[in-house]
Design a protein around this ligand. Structure first.
Ligand SMILES: *Cc1c(COP(=O)(O)O)cnc(C)c1O
Length: 354
């Protein structure tokens, strides 16, 4: 049977991905640079991301679930994979078979790991995010006895802001780490790398900015977009002043309007926050999304684009910080929400048409 052709193209720029990792590695100074590849590498596809970053020297990969560790363990040595969520009873079998390394988050996980003589492990300290990790009050003299700790980590809650909590967490982490035997210390994710060398320790673990996210405004100058989305126009129609567009008629034409309907919607990660807020590009023209985003379709005011035809492709405006401001979704959500029914391919920088 013939292949079905997707009306959505997702182009992933492999050169931009490696550029971003190398930039973050340079900024990390003497610290090694890992990669957070949880949630299928933020929606981009963990296997391809891991392969590419491993090729340029990345040796520490972070996932949240054991299923995610399993999905990449044939590409890289399992001992390069760390599992943020740690271990529960239900994970022990796969943990031991696989050889990926849990990040132990609380005294129960530590007890479990000691009980099975699990070997090399990582430990997460909670220096103030109060989410996952061992809090200062939980540390006692014998808690870490007998553990072979490689990475001793903590996580910043507000690294994308300039607030006193960053320094407070840094100080708390240092204080908690004193006296715990570990090979390496790690605190900074993408935004944390920008806070300076005192936050880098031995290993940084960026995620968002590898994939083109601008974790702090000053990253805009050197982080390149990785994700490029385009969609095909399925219909063009002339409407008149007063005609409503889309579900619940949230837009009414104020004049004679050439409306283009493109085949992408919230099922593809183009969320309803873009209703009446998003835009697409056709050549040099920026065309606004009008009306509500539906599951499979968006409607566009294409009045300016007189040469636009049914079957043409438009580029979805997906500059992450701008799209985040327009839609109200975090850059993280815009990446992890990317749908699975588009035609995906990895390309190199010179294949991106603009
Ligand atoms: C997701 C995550 C990271 C990566 O954070 P980014 O903001 O995407 O760079 C690092 N550390 C932990 C504990 C995480 O959960």
């Amino acid at each position: 049977m013939a292949d079905a052709v997707s009306p959505i193209r997702l182009r992933l720029d492999g050169d931009a991905l490696t550029h971003n990792w190398q930039q973050l590695a340079k900024l990390s100074g003497n610290a090694a640079t890992g990669a957070a590849v949880k949630a299928d590498a933020y929606g981009l596809g963990a296997r391809e991301v891991v392969r590419r970053l491993s090729d340029i020297g990345c040796r520490d990969f972070f996932v949240a679930h054991w299923s995610e560790a399993k999905a990449i363990a044939d590409i890289i040595p399992a001992n390069q994979i760390s599992v943020f969520n740690g271990v529960s009873e239900a994970d022990l079998k796969v943990a031991q078979e696989l050889g990926a390394v849990p990040i132990l988050n609380n005294p129960n996980q530590i007890a479990l790991w000691k009980q099975i003589k699990g070997g090399r492990c990582h430990v997460m300290l909670d220096s103030g995010i109060n989410r996952l990790g061992i809090g200062p009050e939980q540390i006692d003299a014998s808690l870490f006895d007998g553990l072979d700790i490689d990475i001793l980590a903590s996580h910043l809650a507000c690294a994308d802001e300039d607030v006193a909590q960053n320094k407070a967490q840094l100080d708390c982490f240092k204080q908690m780490a004193t006296g715990i035997k570990a090979k390496r210390l790690s605190l900074a994710s993408s935004a944390g790398i920008m806070l300076g060398s005192s936050y880098h320790f031995n290993l940084t673990r960026p995620g968002l900015s590898l994939y083109g996210g601008i974790a702090r405004p000053e990253m805009d100058t050197f982080i390149k977009p990785v994700v490029h989305i385009s969609s095909q126009i399925v219909q063009l129609r002339e409407l008149n002043a007063g005609d409503p567009v889309g579900y619940n008629a949230t837009y009414s034409c104020t004049k004679k309007t050439r409306v283009a309907t493109a085949a992408i919607g919230y099922a593809d990660g183009y969320f309803r926050g873009f209703s009446n807020k998003g835009s697409v590009c056709f050549g040099e023209l920026s065309l606004p999304v009008i009306g509500r985003v539906s599951m499979d379709l968006i409607t566009i005011d294409a009045s300016q684009a007189t040469s636009l035809q049914e079957g043409d492709w438009v580029d979805i405006a997906y500059n992450l910080p701008e799209a985040s401001r327009a839609s109200g979704y975090a850059q993280y959500e815009l990446l992890t929400g990317l749908g699975r029914r588009s035609d995906r391919s990895w390309i190199s920088a010179d294949q991106i048409a603009h």
